[in-house]
Design a binder for this molecule. Structure first.
Ligand code: ADP
Ligand code: MG
Ligand code: MG
Ligand code: MG
Length: 401
């Protein structure tokens, strides 16, 4: 089975059986392919007799998008498994445990998190997750601080950057997030009802400057090891637990890209509540909950990151230069707001959308949600370099309604 080929369910079972000590010998295993099939296969393998189960995620050598195929490196399976292992060490309990990585098959075997729900679905159902702000701020502070020049040996870091050169997946981000939405591109995907908005995006030169600055930073600033795709579809959640999955886009980039991804996806759901909350009062309350969560994420991230810096900072100049920490944290806030804006815009007019908005069946409410998401995203982009407090994000979101 060792040469690369996409596994069948039967082969996935055989591979799981060959893992020593996981399933009892002779167990009658069941396998189900549960991935969405665009980039990767995901097998859920279980032993009904003991209730034990695991997940096997295998990279496919191509991406299937809008009916076409483009080749995509299998190396992303290595990047994903290595990133999961690093994240698991730095943020214990906040990612699935990796049991095994098979380089030839481009496959990672990991903890089954089927008792959690994908957060995007949870938010569409108006779920509340009281531990989320604490958990995700801890994930962000620990993974970003300890992989940056503030928190790790700086020569080691340069060597580490080499392990996470991820040009093909970075190019997807560079094109789909930082380019296509602002030009005429076959990759774009928007409804006729908002064609005026798409046209306005193409003509807005002030916006283009902000996007170009953020794109430049994404291309050049190897600040920390990012997850790289930290939307609410990459987060498994329950009220008591948070697990971050799917870091195949991991690379050394600007920290605000990960923080902004979380904020943007909460705000996309905020826009989608146009439909998902059926009563005005419930909508107002749920939107207030989402904004409270955004505020708590940033506030706790800021506290935790500064505390790590004060206790574990390795850079003498950074540690002892008065006001550098304040400047650094303000820059992170500004980057996070800018990247959040980019991510909101691309989810409305770019190639890949989000269920929070796309799955709204009522065309009028869907259009209203799309326009709201674009208004918030554009306002975040226009404001990002002036931002001094997370409260300004909340004001922008409230103004859009
Ligand atoms: P992709 O990179 O193709 O998006 P993901 O890692 O996001 O793959 O996984 C796709 C889906 O497979 C998830 O939305 C989830 O339903 C399921 N899945 C992935 N990892 C796990 C896991 N550890 N436990 C349970 N289900 C998982
Ligand atoms: Mg997917
Ligand atoms: Mg995914
Ligand atoms: Mg993925």
């Amino acid at each position: 089975m060792s040469a690369y080929h996409p596994l069948t369910e039967q082969e996935a079972i055989e591979l799981a059986q060959s893992l020593s000590n996981f399933f009892p010998e002779g167990a009658k295993l069941q396998s189900r392919e549960i991935g969405d099939g665009n980039l990767n296969l995901v097998f859920h393998i279980s032993d009904p007799a003991t209730g034990k189960s695991l997940i096997m995620k295998q990279a496919l050598p191509y991406a299937k998008v809008v009916g076409e195929s483009w080749p995509l490196t299998l190396d992303r399976a290595r990047i994903e498994s290595e990133a999961l292992i690093i994240e698991g060490k730095l943020a214990p309990g906040l990612v699935p445990q990796v049991y095994h990585y098979d380089a030839d098959l481009a496959l990672t075997i990991m903890e089954d998190l089927s008792d959690h729900v994908i957060m995007r679905r949870g938010l569409i159902e108006c779920g509340r997750y009281p531990k989320f702000a604490n958990d995700i701020s801890e994930f962000l502070a620990n993974t970003l601080f300890f992989t940056s020049d503030l928190g790790m040996n700086q020569q080691q870091k340069k060597l580490q950057v080499q392990n996470f050169i991820n040009p093909e997946l970075c190019k997807i981000t560079e094109d789909l997030i930082f380019d296509d939405p602002y030009t005429v591109s076959e990759n774009n995907n928007f409804e006729d009802a908002i064609a005026d908005e798409a046209e306005a995006l193409r003509a807005d030169t002030a916006l283009h400057l902000e996007v170009a600055l953020l794109r430049q930073k994404f291309l050049t600033n190897a600040q920390a090891l990012l997850h790289g795709d930290l939307h609410t579809g990459s987060i498994f959640i329950t009220p008591e637990s948070t697990k971050v999955i799917d870091p195949e886009f991991a690379y050394y980039g600007p920290m605000g890209f990960d923080i902004g991804a979380v904020l943007a996806n909460l705000l996309l759901n905020y826009a989608g509540q146009e439909y998902w909350s059926t009563e005005d009062r419930a909508r107002e309350e749920y939107r207030a909950y989402l904004l409270d969560t955004i505020q708590a994420i940033w506030t706790q991230f800021d506290q935790k990151f500064r505390a790590l810096w004060d206790e574990h900072g390795v850079d003498r100049m950074a540690n002892e230069t008065e006001d550098f920490q304040n400047f650094y944290m303000q820059s992170l806030l500004q980057d996070s707001i800018g990247y959040a804006g980019c991510k909101m815009v691309r989810r409305i007019v770019g190639l890949a959308h989000v269920a929070d908005i796309d799955k709204i069946p009522d065309p009028e409410k869907r259009e209203k949600a799309q326009r709201l998401a674009l208004a918030i995203g554009k306002a975040l982009l226009k404001w990002n370099r002036k931002a001094a407090s997370i409260d300004e994000v909340l004001e922008i979101a409230k103004k859009g309604v």
